[in-house]
Design a protein. Structure first.
Length: 149
């Protein structure tokens, strides 16, 4: 089985540490890590990979900052291209960032099941971009995992 993990922001780096280590020790699962480049400053990126001993991503889209729609669109294009190349069985997303929604939308549109870790969290404040990302990602994901708070 092959999983394409989408990360791009500090909270996702931290959440991905344990699960990626678990997958690394599995002989049945290959994890491909795709970094969208949502957080690209070395203090928001490189430092986390080295200090948390996270595997260097297999791909980095390097999207940087822009408006939410443009950033998400560039991520979706890159995720789709890599998904076509790698042919994963699942796309794994974390949290509620633009990287999360881009991974969910790309997976749903090309019919790759999406796993959402940290699903179900709600603020019910539709003025928050993160709330929109959560609601949409949850509604189009195939498997939802909640985290206890």
């Amino acid at each position: 089985m092959k999983i394409l993990t989408i990360i791009g922001a500090r909270p996702q780096f931290i959440k991905a540490v344990s699960f990626s280590r678990y997958l690394k020790n599995s002989s049945d699962i290959q994890e491909i890590i795709l970094h969208t480049g949502q957080h690209y400053d070395s203090n928001m990126n490189d430092k986390f990979f080295s200090e948390l001993d996270i595997s260097i991503p297999d791909y980095n889209l390097g999207v940087g900052s822009d408006t939410p729609a443009r950033q998400t669109a560039r991520m979706m294009i890159g995720i789709e291209d890599i998904a076509f190349k790698e042919k994963p069985d699942f796309i794994l997303i974390y949290g509620d960032t633009n990287s999360t929604i881009a991974g969910a939308l790309a997976g749903a549109k090309i019919h790759i099941p999406v796993i959402h870790i940290e699903a179900g969290l709600r603020s019910y404040d539709r003025e928050m971009p993160e709330e929109i990302n959560r609601v949409v990602s949850d509604s189009i994901s195939t498997i939802l995992f909640i985290l206890p708070h």
